[in-house]
Unconditional design. Structure first.
Length: 588
């Protein structure tokens, strides 16, 4: 073979090798493209199937899977998203005497003696009663020994080695804030349904699988709620009162920022004593701890009605001059009964002096000029003829609004007697008096911006502006001075009413209330603080009236909640009192 032929042979061999490599590379690329195409087709088919199942044809299996991922009951939060009530898995302690005898020789249900086992359980759960647990174990009847068991405690029970003590896993309702806002929330019963409070109101909504993934937002602000309960409790304990009630209400929307009734209860561990009252405690004037004093109990709230009386007289055109005066040195006779003041204030009192000194005599004369029908109509427009407007199931109906009012009825109602309402009724009426004259129903649901109800006009805007001056004046010069938190421009009125009883009013028992708003140059919130049967103690200078016990509660509360609600103290700002200051009298 020549050199040329050999060279051509080598080149031909190399060319064949290159062609072989090219064909192999092409085949590999085609296979890769085929694999990618198959994967794309599978992905498209799966996506189409999922879309068809999820959008076009949802089936029961899909719904069951979704339900399994949802909590058994929806969550409740405050207006800022703080959790107030939620469901979570928990253990229960169940006694099953048959666990040791099933398939066995019919021996005793427990390894150890019942009393010894009971003592070990009490060591784990100190709140259990040794004798009750022992009796249940000795009875041989199966049943719950405890409904809420933490995982660590469940491990301790398992370590006892008693097969009859079973720990079934259940869904439990938990209230992370403890007893805070208990009367707003209520609780969930053993049947899984809500009791009292918003748990009952929203029961169907919280159980609805289609909606329970979305939390229910209340109007409550837990920061304000905590401060209100803290100050009410402090005030109640300092004067040994039977109970206390309080509310913070947005005057422009009707939203309830805080609502408290004391004594409180713990919705995580509701007892029979919380719900049912023994005859002995009932005879002492006590209520079950779950009883809501803000929305369910009606009271004669006394002198807190006097600003409303003045507002009605101004709005009706009966008072055009605040300097106009009425006699105040003689009792006002109504049907042979004398209406007196606690002490003689002066011969005559004008409107500012009537409110500052809280005169029954002059308030009654103003109410007499208003007359029964007109007074009743205004009170009806303020919502006092019906049950309290709120979502809570327990809502008290007012007393004394029925029938046609005569002059005598108007006189008594003019200073807060002869008509019984809830503290919530009073809060809503005060909101209308200071917000420009619009009454709106109170609500425990958070209202989105732009969705505030229109409400109804009760007072003219000019009447409301005048009342804001007079309310502020009471806190500066009158019985509300102990609520005058510096820089927050508080205005309000005290009320100390004797409680009715068998044979008439009981002089030794009072309901003390301070109804306030702030800041009075642009009212934003109404605050009510009420004490049921306060005693005269060193903390109240041995006085039982609202000026010494309820007003200080508001005076401490407002500086705590004002900054949280966007109201900072400002010593250089206030409502103009120049045209009423000269009418007060004395060196002002």
């Amino acid at each position: 073979m020549t050199a040329y032929a050999a060279q051509r042979t080598v080149i031909t061999a190399q060319g064949g090798l290159v062609d072989h490599r090219r064909r192999s590379l092409l085949v590999a690329r085609l296979r890769l493209l085929l694999i990618i195409a198959v994967f794309l087709l599978v992905a498209i088919a799966a996506l189409f199937k999922l879309t068809w199942i999820g959008v076009v044809q949802p089936g029961p299996a899909q719904q069951s899977m979704a339900d399994a991922l949802l909590p058994p009951r929806g969550e409740i939060t405050d207006r800022n998203g703080v959790p107030l009530a939620r469901a979570f898995p928990a253990y229960a302690l169940w006694y099953n005497p048959a666990a040791m005898t099933e398939g066995g020789d019919g021996g005793p249900p427990l390894v150890g003696p019942p009393e010894e086992v009971a003592r070990k359980l009490v060591d784990i759960f100190p709140d259990l009663d040794l004798y009750e647990v022992t009796a249940k174990l000795e009875s041989g009847q199966r049943g719950y020994l405890r409904r809420r068991v933490l995982p660590d405690d469940a491990n301790k029970v398992t370590a006892l080695g008693e097969l009859a003590l079973e720990l079934p896993q259940e869904e439990d309702r938990h209230y992370p804030q403890g007893s805070l806002a208990a009367h707003v929330l209520g609780y969930v019963g053993a049947d899984g349904n809500g009791r009292v409070g918003m748990e009952q109101f929203f029961n169907e909504r919280l159980l609805d699988p289609a909606r329970r993934a979305d939390p229910v937002a209340l109007s409550i602000d837990m920061r304000v709620q905590g401060a209100l309960e803290d100050e009410l409790r402090r005030g109640m304990l300092s004067v040994n009162a039977l109970g206390a009630a309080g509310i913070v209400l947005d005057v422009d929307s009707g939203e309830v920022l805080a609502l408290a009734s004391l004594p409180e209860f713990d919705p995580n561990a509701v007892t029979q004593e919380d719900v049912i009252l023994s005859p002995e405690r009932s005879a002492n004037g006590e209520m079950p701890r779950s009883f809501n004093r803000v929305t369910n109990q009606v009271y004669e709230l006394g002198s807190t009605f006097k600003p409303l009386t003045v507002a009605i007289a101004i709005d009706a055109g009966l008072i055009t001059d605040l300097g106009r005066s009425w006699q105040a040195s003689r009792p006002l006779m109504v049907g042979g009964n004398p209406i007196r003041d606690s002490h003689t204030i002066g011969d005559r009192l004008n409107v500012p002096q009537t409110l500052i000194h809280s005169s029954n005599i002059t308030s009654g004369q103003i109410a007499a000029e208003i007359g029964g029908p007109r007074m009743q109509d205004y009170f009806t427009q303020l919502g006092m003829a019906e049950r309290a407007y709120i979502e809570l199931p327990a809502r008290g109906g007012t007393l004394g609004m029925n029938g046609k009012w005569n002059e005598a009825k108007a006189i008594y109602a003019g200073f807060g007697h002869g008509i019984a309402v809830t503290p919530l009724h009073l809060a809503s009426a005060y909101a209308a008096m200071v917000n420009g004259g619009i009454w709106r129903p109170a609500t425990l649901q958070r209202i989105e911006p732009g969705r505030v109800p229109r409400g109804r006009r009760v007072f003219r805007a000019s009447t409301s502006a005048r009342m804001n001056q007079l309310m502020r004046m009471i806190a500066v010069y009158g019985t509300g001075r102990n609520a005058n938190a510096p820089g927050f421009r508080v205005g309000g009125k005290t009320g100390s009413a004797e409680k009715p009883g068998v044979g008439g009013y009981r002089r030794s028992t009072l309901v003390s209330t301070f109804a306030a708003a702030f800041p009075m140059d642009r009212p934003r919130f109404v605050v009510i603080a009420m004490l049921d049967e306060p005693k005269g103690t060193a903390a109240s200078s041995y006085q039982r009236t609202a000026a010494w016990n309820a007003a200080p509660i508001v005076g401490r509360l407002v500086p705590r909640i004002g900054p949280q609600l966007g109201i900072l103290p400002d010593a250089d700002r206030d409502i103009d009192l120049s045209d009423v200051r000269s009418l007060v009298g004395g060196d002002r």
